[in-house]
Design a binder for this molecule. Structure first.
Ligand code: AHG
Ligand code: MN
Ligand code: MN
Length: 347
């Protein structure tokens, strides 16, 4: 007893936490709360977290091992593909395949759905991913990320297009990892809160550092590619002008922050509050960001953190149903009150 107390004193004095919640522990504890859980979802998440660690590793080594620059091709949605886009995609596919729990995968970098057939039919999940979001920023060392959304297959299905062409309201889990000064994983599950984990490179583990994340209700920060304003609809222009030239007597204009990686802009917005937008405009009438692996997973994170997300028609983003796997939407997401303000300008 005495030595236990001495030990506790020693760890306290050194400021060392010995009760660390790793992602592995978190997932096991979450699983034990669900009586009928089979452990399949937990196994899928273990495969996911491995892909994040591997992608993070290669991003950090990119400049040293000649992984910067273009791969010399363009992807399903016409973007130039970077070498790291290819590596991120291959790592993600390998992780999903080897998990044995993923029946099908939609990736930004793959034109068609990838189906993984398992002998025993135990793969019950459909996953959508943007393996590297913000890849135009890669060679400048600016934060990029991986976005993912997870659906469960319909009863009796062995995996089909219908299992992924679903509204975000049916996602069982979603989130993203941002590869910044450290790798930050943000995860949310259906009906649950939002939890943030930081990759500790020495442990090789994601550690719960941001439990139960809540987005501030309002904040005077906006994040949008203002270079597109020539193409914006009138109400979009009026809304952003109202932030820059406030008429309500408050006097103080909003601050602008735009990184150009959705993951990084969204992560900051989640922590500090404000609004992130990529509106549909006259040049891109359907918007730029993709519903399945950019808009819907982010919308789920923001709603579960107390914020909101809508498309360019002010429809709830989570209720938008894509017709095709790479369909796009305009998006406004952020603090609850900031999204209310966006809606008030829509005619
Ligand atoms: P990706 O790198 O996966 O193609 O996504 C890029 C996206 C998103 O990360 C970001 O918000 C947006 O494109 C930036 O677009 P602009 O360069 O048009 O501002
Ligand atoms: Mn992207
Ligand atoms: Mn991408």
């Amino acid at each position: 007893m005495a030595s236990e107390t001495n030990g506790q004193n020693a760890t306290q004095a050194a400021g060392i936490s010995t009760d660390i919640i790793t992602l592995t522990r978190f997932l096991t504890e979450e699983q034990s709360k669900v009586k009928e859980a089979t452990g399949d979802f937990t196994l899928l998440c273990h495969a996911l977290q491995f892909s994040f660690k591997a992608i993070s590793y290669y991003i950090r080594r990119a400049t040293l091992v000649n992984l910067t620059g273009l791969a010399g091709q363009s992807n399903a949605t016409g973007d130039d593909v970077k070498k790291l886009d290819v590596i991120g995609n291959d790592l993600f596919i390998a992780a999903m395949k080897s998990s044995g729990k993923c029946a099908l995968l939609v990736s930004e970098e793959e034109e068609e759905i990838i189906y993984f057939k398992t002998e025993d039919g135990s793969a019950r999940y459909a996953v959508a991913c943007d393996p590297i979001d913000g890849s135009s920023n890669l060679d400048a060392g600016v934060s990029v990320g991986t976005i993912f959304g997870i659906h469960r297959l319909a009863d009796g299905s062995t995996g089909s297009k219908e299992d992924i062409l679903k509204p975000g309201t049916e996602l069982v889990a979603a989130g993203f990892t941002m590869y910044g000064a450290s790798a930050q994983l943000v995860l949310t599950m259906k009906g649950g809160g939002v939890n943030g984990f930081t990759l500790d490179n020495s442990f090789g583990e994601f550690i719960l550092t941001h439990p139960d994340m809540r987005i501030p209700k309002s904040r005077a920060i906006y994040s949008v590619n203002e270079g597109n304003s020539l193409y914006w609809e009138e109400h979009t222009k009026e809304y952003f002008n109202s932030l820059k030239f406030p008429q309500d007597g408050s006097g103080k204009p909003y601050s602008a922050r735009y990184i150009g990686s959705m993951v990084a802009d969204a992560y900051r917005t989640l922590l500090y509050g404000g609004i992130f937008a990529y509106p549909a405009d006259k040049k891109s009438p359907k918007g730029k960001l993709r519903i399945l692996y950019e808009c819907a997973p982010m919308a789920m994170v923001f709603e579960n953190a107390g914020g909101q997300a809508v498309d360019s028609t002010m429809a709830r983003m989570l209720e938008v149903v894509p017709e095709h796997i790479h369909d796009r939407a305009g998006i406004f997401l952020g603090s609850y009150d900031e999204v209310e303000k966006v809606k008030s300008f829509y005619k």
